[in-house]
Design a protein around this ligand. Structure first.
Ligand code: KG4
Ligand code: ZN
Length: 338
């Protein structure tokens, strides 16, 4: 029997320190995620310097625990895969330097992985996806559509021109006096509300696929202020209606553009990645479409290293390794194609 290929994944792009061991890009042998949510909650968002310091403290002990718990040794690993970007510069560097050290010390191949593509790889770890698929990433940092023609081929179709959808959720949460990260709390409020406010997400001239959520967030702010001219604050009932109206506007806009992209690019299915895809109202909207939908398991929706080890395996098979001496991180903007 062929020996399985074991990849180690390391993820430190934002506020989760995570490492994982994955066999043949599919089977999770060990997976740990340490969230820094409590560390940043007080500031209403991720503080980059605090995030990188926490990664430094946590990553090595987490790696030790991963190998201990899974009863595997570093010698048994075939390739060391690490998030290369996009993400916070300092945080990415902690993961990259650690991965480089491990790769150099063991003379194992290093594989740099794009975090956004890895989010879209997550559904492939659990299901056989009809291809090509339309990849929909909606997270705290990114919102984009990709044409996915294989588990390792991601071509950018369009992305948000301003705020990411998760970012808009977090900002709306702040307007409604909810703590960070606000997405799940906005979802909870929306369940008790009715979408009575006529909010709309933005459209971009000359690009029918591109997304825009900053105008929607501002409309929510004005509506919230306008209701009582700043004071007294919104009633609980009004907050629920605002949350429901925001969600409806955001998801119907995302759905319309996803449908157009899927038809124009002849896709056979939808695959989803990123924290916002945990939202049940979003899932319900897409599940009404004619395309089969593949959502990752909840642990694979949020930032995690299993998806990094998984996509890293595919890249390793294709010989797409990264030279240790000049491996670097790319913090911004690189929603590049592979
Ligand atoms: O993918 P992720 O863990 O991190 C990034 O790469 O950004 O996504 C985090 C984002 C946050 O903005 C959070 O508010 C949002 O996902 N989120 C949600 C839900 N759960 C998490 N947004 C809406 N509804 C949810 N249930
Ligand atoms: Zn992410």
């Amino acid at each position: 029997m062929k020996k399985p290929c074991i990849t180690l994944g390391i993820e430190t792009s934002c506020d989760e320190t995570s490492c994982a061991l994955v066999s043949d890009g599919q089977k999770i042998l060990g997976h740990l995620v340490l969230s820094q949510e409590k560390l940043h909650a007080h500031f209403g968002g991720v503080v980059p310097e605090l995030a990188s310091r926490a990664h430094i403290e946590n990553l090595i002990p987490l790696l030790k625990k991963l190998f201990n718990d899974s009863k595997l040794s570093l010698e048994e690993v075939d390739a060391i895969c690490v998030t290369q970007g996009p993400g916070l510069m300092g945080s990415l560097l902690v993961g990259m330097q650690t991965a480089k050290g491990l790769a150099f010390g063991t003379q194992k191949p290093l594989v740099g992985v794009n975090h956004i593509h890895a989010h879209l790889y997550a559904p492939f770890m659990e299901a056989k996806v009809p291809l090509p698929a339309l990849g929909i990433v909606v997270s705290g940092g990114h919102s984009a559509f990709f044409l996915v023609s294989s588990p390792s081929s991601y071509k950018l179709i369009a992305q948000t021109q301003d705020d990411a959808l998760g970012e808009a959720f977090d900002k709306v949460a702040r307007i409604l006096d909810l703590p960070y990260p606000g997405g799940p709390l906005v979802e909870k409020l929306a369940l008790q509300g009715t979408p009575i406010y006529p909010f709309k997400a933005g459209n971009i001239k000359n690009n029918p696929y591109a997304l825009s959520f900053s105008g929607l967030k501002t409309a929510v702010l004005y509506a919230a202020k306008g209701l009582h001219g700043d004071k007294p604050p919104l009633t609980e009932e009004e907050k629920c209606h605002v949350a429901a109206s925001f969600q409806k506007a955001a998801f119907s806009n995302l759905f319309e553009k996803a449908m157009k992209s899927a038809k124009d690019f002849e896709c056979q299915s939808f695959i989803f990645g990123g924290g916002v895809t945990q939202n049940q109202a979003l899932r319900a909207v897409f599940q009404k479409s004619s395309f089969p939908c593949f959502f990752p398991d909840p642990v694979l929706c949020l930032d995690n290293a299993a998806m990094i080890a998984g996509l890293g395996y595919q890249l390793y098979l294709e010989g797409k390794t990264t030279a240790i001496h000049n491996a670097t991180v790319y913090p911004t903007g690189v929603l590049c194609d592979i």
